[in-house]
Design a protein around this ligand. Structure first.
Ligand code: PLP
Length: 379
């Protein structure tokens, strides 16, 4: 008998999702609006606190696209973006015909490096092109250096678009991720900490800004009995069916954050006696991570055949999914012609780093299978 596949991160339903979906069917709210959409937005606003206004959208990528539009990014503008991230952080810059400027990571949180960020801003300003926005990401649910990035944003008066797609449930100094940027972004894709099967949200600081995002997301319809448009519109609103799944998922969010953190503890224990492996962990108690994915760094040792790739292949052989860390954007064929500021921190992390199965639904038996592969590999 072959073992079933252990995924990096798979959907984990709480139980009430179908109840909300059934309500949508029973009341015929099968549309990109309805009580579940409003309900999910309210649930998220309550969860995030800090008086935010949430607009539910069809994806996190859509939220980044609309966020950049709301920050007035236009063709020919420069937009700063953390290099080490998923491509969805950067693609919307190109949708708008703007130019991405990529920034290295720092070693503590693996996120946007304040030093390289300031260097890039000063350089862009000297060239007469002040960047329009800074896209900062909480990688794997570990918050970026919030205070340092905020200080730079204020010093140069450049807004932050906070890509919190991986960090719902994480916080910094007691405040929830998603609420730190001028605009925040959440994702509910199938592999994220909670899912709506596919979906996202924009987090705004004012009702006007949220309403504007929803206006763009529903084809920019002017007030009129007929269809009238004076701005470009998009079809980016979340469906009431998906939002029903989201309402059920919100009931179990904190419990699932705890389960992901338990998985992280499991790996800290597992690798405690293995010197060549470091488990990625928050730098201090100001940071609270949801540990959406647990990531490790493996110091290679050619003499005994140990490196990131051989471990990944051993996992694969045991039908266990693992994946190298995000390949930095400045190394991607689609983005490598754009400016980059920094050294080789993100590059090195990509070379030696691996994400390991982190789902909130992994069983004891599945953990044992992971343990077995690791212990055999490092023996
Ligand atoms: C998943 C993800 C996104 C995109 O969200 P979708 O809902 O999949 O469009 C954006 N940024 C980061 C860092 C992500 O991990």
């Amino acid at each position: 008998m072959t073992n079933s596949k252990i995924w990096l991160s798979s959907p984990h339903m709480g139980g009430n999702e179908q109840k909300f979906v059934n309500e949508a069917f029973d009341t015929n709210w099968v549309a990109p609006l309805g009580p579940n959409v409003n309900g999910l937005e309210k649930d998220l606003e309550k969860y995030l606190g800090n008086e935010v206004h949430v607009g539910a959208l069809s994806s996190g990528t859509a939220a980044i696209h609309l966020g950049l539009i709301l920050l007035d990014v236009k063709a020919g503008d420069e937009v700063i973006c953390q290099s080490m991230t998923f491509s969805a952080s950067a693609n919307p810059i190109l949708y708008l015909g703007a130019t991405p400027v990529f920034i290295d990571s720092e070693e503590e949180t693996w996120n946007i490096c304040p030093k390289a960020l300031e260097e890039a801003i000063v350089d862009c300003i000297a060239k007469g092109k002040k960047p329009k926005a800074i896209i900062a990401v909480h990688l794997y649910g570990v918050p970026y250096q919030i205070d340092a990035i905020k200080a730079i944003s204020h010093k140069y008066d450049i807004p932050v678009l906070e890509d919190s797609a991986e960090a719902l449930g994480s916080s910094y100094k007691g405040h929830k991720c998603g609420t730190f940027g001028d605009i925040g972004v959440l994702s509910f894709n199938g592999n994220k900490i909670i899912t709506t099967s596919g979906g996202g949200a924009i987090v705004a600081k004012s009702k006007e800004l949220k309403d504007k995002a929803v206006f763009f997301a529903t084809q920019s319809r002017d007030e009129a009995p007929h269809y009238q448009h004076s701005e470009i519109g998009y079809n980016y609103r979340m469906s009431n069916i998906c939002a029903g799944i989201g309402r059920g998922q919100m009931e179990v969010l904190d419990a699932h954050v705890q389960l992901r953190r338990d998985m992280h503890d499991f790996y800290v224990d597992l690798f405690a006696t293995i010197d060549v492996v470091t488990v990625f962990t928050v730098p201090n108690d100001d940071y609270f991570a949801n540990y959406w994915l647990t990531a490790i760094v493996i110091e290679p040792n050619a003499a005994v055949g140990i490196d990131r790739e051989t471990l990944r292949l051993c996992f694969e052989q045991a039908n266990i999914e693992s994946r190298p860390l995000w390949k930095p954007m400045h190394l991607q064929p689609i983005f490598d012609k754009y400016p980059y500021y920094g050294t080789k921190i993100a590059e090195t992390l990509f070379e030696y780093g691996l994400c390991v199965p982190s789902g909130s639904n992994l069983t004891k038996a599945e953990r044992e299978r992971i343990k077995e592969v690791v212990n055999k590999f490092f023996k």
